[in-house]
Design a protein around this ligand. Structure first.
Ligand code: GLN
Length: 228
């Protein structure tokens, strides 16, 4: 299973053509990009193997809409902390620091109701959105141009190595403290959870409209897949 394929199905439902990107030159044929979940270190190796990093960075710089979900969020972040991040290549552009696998291992994956006022304001429907977190990262700090769209309480039993987290999480730790799980910075959207695994397509619809806001024309969308 590849999450990218599921994302493409949601796009099809919204009447948008999804194209899989495997080569840098293919990025020239699309207006927007979804970098799906998966395993970010493996995705980075594949992206490097196929020489995708320069083209991805250029795509971000051009102001084209890019949405990273989960591992895709890690890809977009300027800084990554947590397990095995040393030397892990990132596309960057999103002014934030993420912590990989923040909520724990695969078996600690969970679903939770999130409050997303921006989604209700722009797409209608309730403020709540059911977030599916699969070995998810969390955003532990953001720069001034980043708009926080959703946050989530830090699990109270979470043992945080503040040295690893650069100290910033320490003040956020504890039952009333929160980490950020969805953000927007201009043309960049990032979610720590997987909206394509729910029946609610408002995030996809929100993302597709970002192209209109930034002056992009017909929208296509693509995914890098973790595996063949
Ligand atoms: N934990 C994964 C990583 O670090 C991301 C998980 C996901 O995309 N669902 O790459």
């Amino acid at each position: 299973m590849a999450v990218g394929v599921l994302a493409l199905q949601v796009l099809r439902r919204l009447g948008v053509k999804g194209v899989e990107i495997r080569k840098p030159e293919q990025l020239q044929n699309v207006n927007s990009l979804i970098i799906p979940g998966g395993e970010s270190t493996t995705m980075a190796k594949l992206a490097q193997l196929h020489n995708l990093f320069p083209a991805l960075r250029e795509f971000v710089k051009m102001g084209k809409p890019v949405w990273g979900t989960c591992a895709g969020l890690i890809f977009l972040a300027n800084n990554a902390l947590g397990q095995k991040t040393g030397g892990q290549k990132l596309v960057g552009g999103l002014d934030c620091t993420i912590h990989r696998n923040f909520f724990g291992s695969q078996i600690q994956s969970f679903e939770a109701e999130l409050s997303v006022p921006e989604l209700a304001a722009k797409e209608g429907g309730p403020e709540s959105f059911r977030g599916v977190f699969i070995r998810a990262p969390a955003i532990i700090n953001v720069g001034p141009d980043v708009k926080v769209l959703a946050d989530y309480p830090v699990p109270s039993d979470k043992v945080v190595n503040s040295a690893v987290a650069g100290g910033s999480i320490e003040e956020k730790n504890g039952s009333d403290k929160k980490v950020i799980v969805a953000v927007r910075q201009g043309n960049l959207l990032a979610t720590a959870f997987h909206p394509e695994l729910t029946a609610d397509s408002r995030w996809h619809s929100y993302f597709l409209k970002m192209g209109n806001e930034t002056g992009e024309g017909t929208l296509s969308s693509i995914g890098i897949r973790e595996t063949e």
